[in-house]
Design a protein around this ligand. Structure first.
Ligand code: CDP
Length: 689
């Protein structure tokens, strides 16, 4: 019984079989000599809580205050209401010091540079981050194109894609903390002369062989998307040949999201430091055309290509293999609260963290399913959990041991944290709302707004005690809610006429009372602890530990086969099983039959009410996938990771429509995955293949 065994706690019984399997395989600490476990799941939560509460000592908190906070941290984790990202769970209080999941590392056009930003410097930084369990993103656009000259050796350059292959091989060799495979994001901006090779680097014959440790994304701009719509041509620019240090910098500036003050203070001084580009000292805001004139004079334009054709190549690749995705660089920078620190060119591997060079971010996610109580949402409980979660995430920044000083500096300058969610699909089922309904999207929108409000508020509270993030500038900081699209605007872009029901409006009416003007006043008065506070991560593993659906995704399948290292397992969604029991349909024959397709939407033998709410990823139309992503992105100062799942038979035109709509909806990045488009996929539908 309870209390007889040291470390036994009934809360362990909250953990599902799969959660225990994942925990024992990768998270629970073992004695390195005997390989015996030296902790239980509860001891793991305790280890994390203690380590992160201890940080408060640095801020002069008393012993009892630290202990109290430890209890709160422990409680939200052990009740599976909130979990920090994997590196925090694995590494807190151990020899490995990285507790964050997301990193962006710069890659300059040089083998090595004195300040450690060359290609091989980046490779080294990547290895160190992977070794401890972090994921890395890179923008390779500054590298000179294939076939370009290399002065020092009078040779020819091999181009960004061939360098990416080295990063890929290194990732294979260095396993993350010995516990998971490294993940990377490779970005190339659409103006680079090697863009076509990049787009095709993971499709066709190469899709199951090349760059397997990379997600790749094309960095696109508003000017490019507009050119696609109009069928215009766009220039390809050799980054080595242009005096404009970061060519697209000026392309973006021309579209007006950077103000003059910033151009004067930041860009020009930065350029001076780099010994750079005087043409711009005179022109305050240059237009795209002016930028082009300069590039032309410099002979930096290698070619003009039809934007439509380039877009078609991107779409074909994504349809064929899921890669490349798109990053909307203008949207990202327009809505970056600390835009005055520079331009963001890349994200972490799954896209939820657009970061400046060398920045890192730690994540954590709230389990929404836990906040459905008697058919209602426990808003007070949710707000309380958000408060402690933000405090915990802020402490991670201080508890982190950074592997490189550039990472430490950049991270501590902005103190970005990313509070996200998991279990949305299950919350919806418990509330009886189908995922692909206007009500569900409305709920997403309202939840995102509520979470953002309370996370931001807590960040102000922490600033009162501990000070703002060092790069905070009360005047320049941009409140992202001022550019959030209205819910009905989102519906309109999508061409949806239905309106949310009174039921869901009443369910979420508390959100309509939130006072964002007051929040802004408080921010200006007291400061802000974190440059960003939220981020919607995929929660690939922590959602298994929490025993809930991942992130904001619909259920993948009601029953399916999961391919894992140790073999194939048939899995039944436990919530689905509960419902089957309720209708006395939980017999093996029924389950086996359902597992053949993984869904029940068109199964006439299933109760109608179940068919309505148990919607799976491939039954949900791409439009509704996008709508949820758009809803969450409006109230999010970082990114929203989401896979737009497509049925195997969807044509390339669907991908084209999805990519265009994503841009119009104000999403920061988009990825599609068409069922069966790769030979290796982690999850298959059904038992028949
Ligand atoms: O659930 P968990 O905390 O393990 O991670 P996630 O939410 O699925 O992924 C969050 C981030 O962790 C990703 O965007 C990557 O930056 C990083 N990650 C990684 O580096 N390697 C992996 N195998 C999985 C995730």
């Amino acid at each position: 019984g309870k209390g007889n065994w040291k470390g036994f706690d009934e809360r362990d019984l909250l953990l599902t079989y799969n959660a225990l399997k994942v925990l024992e395989a990768r998270y629970l600490l073992k004695d390195p000599n005997t390989l015996r476990y030296i902790e239980t799941p509860q001891m793991m939560f305790r280890r994390v809580a203690k380590h992160l509460a201890n940080v408060e000592r640095q801020y002069g908190r008393s012993e009892s205050e630290v202990k109290q906070l430890e209890e709160k941290f422990y409680k939200i984790m052990s009740e599976l209401k909130f979990l920090p990202n994997t590196p925090t769970l694995m590494n807190s209080g151990t020899r490995l010091g990285i507790l964050s999941a997301c990193f962006v590392i710069p890659v300059r056009d040089s083998m090595i540079t004195p300040n450690g930003e060359g290609i091989y410097d980046a490779l080294r930084a990547m290895a160190v981050v992977h070794q401890q369990g972090g994921g890395t993103g890179f923008d390779f656009s500054e590298l000179r194109p294939k076939g370009d000259i290399v002065a020092s050796t009078a040779g020819v350059a091999s181009g960004p894609v061939s360098f990416m292959r080295i990063f890929d091989v290194s990732t294979d060799v260095v396993k993350q903390g010995g516990k998971r495979r490294g993940a990377n994001m490779g970005v190339m901006h659409v103006w680079h002369p090697d863009i076509e090779e990049f787009i095709k680097s993971k499709t066709g014959q190469l899709k199951d062989t090349q760059l397997q440790n990379f997600n790749i994304s094309v960095g696109v701009y508003d000017y490019f998307m507009q050119a696609v719509e109009r069928g215009d041509v766009v220039p390809l620019i050799n980054p080595r040949k242009t005096k404009i240090a970061d060519w697209d910098y000026y392309m973006s500036k021309a579209r007006g999201y950077m103000n003059e003050e910033w151009i004067q203070e930041v860009i020009l001084s930065e350029l001076e430091e780099k010994g750079g580009t005087v043409d711009l000292a005179e022109s305050k805001i240059i237009t795209i055309d002016e930028a082009l004139v300069i590039a032309e004079k410099e002979n930096a334009i290698t070619q003009w290509v039809n934007a439509r054709n380039l877009f078609d190549e991107i779409v074909k690749g994504a349809w064929d293999s899921g890669d490349p995705g798109l990053l909307f660089i203008d949207t990202i920078n327009r809505r970056h609260p600390v835009w005055y620190l520079g331009k963001i060119n890349a994200t972490n591997p799954c896209g939820e963290e657009p970061l400046l060079p060398w920045e890192s971010c730690n994540l954590g996610s709230i389990n929404l399913e836990k906040f459905v109580v008697d058919g209602k949402i426990d808003w007070d409980g949710l707000a309380e959990t958000i408060r402690y979660a933000v405090r915990l995430l802020d402490n991670v920044i201080d508890a982190n041991r950074y592997p490189l000083k550039q990472i430490e500096e950049a991270t501590k300058k902005t103190r970005k944290v990313g509070l996200g969610v998991m279990g949305l699909a299950r919350m919806l089922i418990k509330l009886g709302i189908p995922y692909d309904s206007v009500d569900a999207v409305y709920l997403s929108y309202q939840l995102a707004k509520f979470i953002y409000y309370h996370a931001f508020k807590e960040s102000i509270e922490i600033a009162k005690e501990k000070g703002s993030f060092p790069a905070y500038d009360a005047k320049l900081y941009k409140d992202i809610w001022e550019s959030a699209k209205d819910f009905y605007e989102i519906l309109e872009i999508m061409g949806i006429k239905d309106k949310p029901s009174d039921y869901v409006k009443k369910l979420t009416s508390i959100v309509d009372k939130l006072d964002f003007d007051k929040l802004k006043e408080d921010r200006i008065k007291y400061g802000l602890r974190n440059a960003t506070v939220v981020s919607v991560a995929p929660t690939g593993t922590i959602s298994i530990i929490a025993g809930t659906s991942s992130s904001i995704e619909p259920l993948f399948a009601l029953a399916f086969i999961r391919n894992v290292a140790v073999g194939k397992f048939m899995e039944i969604d436990p919530l689905f099983l509960d419902y089957l029991r309720k209708y006395e349909l939980d017999n093996p024959e029924v389950v086996k039959k359902i597992a053949e397709t993984g869904m029940i939407g068109d199964n006439p033998f299933m109760p109608k009410s179940m068919r309505k709410v148990f919607r799976t990823a491939h039954e949900v139309s791409p439009e509704y996938h996008l709508l949820h992503q758009a809803a969450w992105q409006q109230w999010n100062d970082s990114g929203t990771s989401k896979t737009i799942n497509l049925r195997s038979e969807e044509p390339p035109e669907t991908v084209e429509r999805v990519y265009m709509l994503a841009w119009k909806l104000g999403i920061k990045g988009v990825t599609v995955y068409r069922d069966k488009s790769k030979s290796q996929q982690v999850i298959y539908f059904g038992i028949k293949k």
